[in-house]
Design a binder for this molecule. Structure first.
Ligand SMILES: CSCCC(=O)C(=O)COP(=O)(O)O
Ligand code: MG
Length: 232
C-alpha cells in the first residue's frame, strides 16, 4: 500500500469473508424463510418500510401493497442476484432470527480479527461498505465464528449511500467520515468497486481470497492475499 491510511473501508463478501458463505448459507436461509417472514410480519414497521423501498426500487407503488406480487418481485431479485436496496434490507430482517438462534454464524477469514486488532492499535479507524444492509452487517459481525467483532467498527455504509460501482458513493462516504478520500483505503474483491473508489481519490486494495472470481490483469490495484499484507 502507498500512504498509511487513517481509515480502512471494508467490503464483506470476498474480502473479510468467503463468497460461498453468503451464497450457499445466507442467501438460501433468506429464501427458505421468506414466505413465513412475510406472513408473520406483513404489517410491521420494519417490513412496511422495506415494502416501500422495494416498490420505490421497482418504480411501482402497487408492488408494496400486494403480498403475492411483492413476494414474486423479491424472488425475481434473488434469482438474478440484484443487489437492490429493498431486497438487501429484507434479507437482513430474515437473517436476524438465524443469527439470534445460532443457526447462522458468519464466516470471517482467520487473518481478519488479528488485522482488525493491529489496525486499531495503530489508530486506524474501520468502517464497512457492503451491499448487505447496515442492519445485516451489524448482525453479521456481531455473530462471527471469531466472536463479536462489531466493536471494531465506527460506521457502516450500505447502498442507501449509493451504488458500490459509482465514484460519488465513495465521495459521500469520505465526506460523512470527515476524512479526505486519499486518507481512506478501500479493500474489495470487485475491480469495478475499486475503480470507483480510486476515481473518488481513495487508496485501493484488491483481495484475492480463496473462492473469489478470477480477475483480469491490468486493473492497477494493489493485490493482497490476506489482511496481514495491508499495513506495516
Ligand atoms: C453483510 S452480510 C450480507 C452480504 C450481502 O448480502 C451481499 O450482497 C454482499 O455484498 P458485498 O457488497 O459485501 O460484496
Ligand atoms: Mg465483495
Amino acid at each position: 500500500m502507498s500512504d498509511k491510511p487513517r481509515g480502512i473501508l471494508l467490503d464483506v463478501e470476498g474480502t473479510t469473508s468467503m463468497v460461498s458463505y453468503v451464497y450457499d448459507v445466507m442467501f438460501p436461509f433468506a429464501r427458505r424463510g421468506l414466505g413465513e417472514y412475510l406472513d408473520t410480519n406483513w404489517d410491521s414497521d420494519a417490513l412496511t418500510e422495506v415494502r416501500q423501498q422495494v416498490a420505490s426500487d421497482a418504480k411501482s407503488t402497487a408492488l408494496g401493497c400486494d403480498r403475492q406480487a411483492f413476494e414474486a418481485e423479491i424472488v425475481r431479485l434473488m434469482d438474478a442476484d440484484i443487489k437492490a436496496t429493498g431486497l438487501k434490507q429484507l434479507q437482513g430482517l430474515v437473517w436476524q432470527a438465524g443469527f439470534a438462534s445460532g443457526e447462522l454464524v458468519a464466516h470471517v477469514f482467520d487473518d481478519v480479527p488479528p488485522a482488525f486488532e493491529q489496525w486499531k492499535s495503530q489508530g486506524i479507524d474501520l468502517r464497512v461498505y457492503s451491499s448487505g444492509s447496515a442492519h445485516a452487517q451489524r448482525l453479521f459481525f456481531a455473530h462471527s465464528k471469531a466472536g463479536n467483532l462489531l466493536g471494531y467498527f465506527s460506521g457502516h455504509y450500505d447502498t442507501t449511500i449509493g451504488p458500490k460501482r459509482e465514484a460519488e458513493s465513495y465521495e459521500r462516504i469520505a465526506k460523512d467520515w470527515e476524512l479526505a478520500p486519499g486518507e481512506i483505503l478501500f479493500l474489495s474483491d470487485v475491480v469495478a468497486e475499486l475503480d470507483a473508489a480510486r476515481e473518488a481519490g481513495m487508496q485501493t486494495g484488491l483481495c484475492l481470497r480463496p473462492g473469489n472470481a478470477e480477475v483480469e490483469p491490468g486493473h492497477g490495484h494493489a493485490e493482497l492475499q490476506t489482511f496481514a499484507e495491508v499495513v506495516d
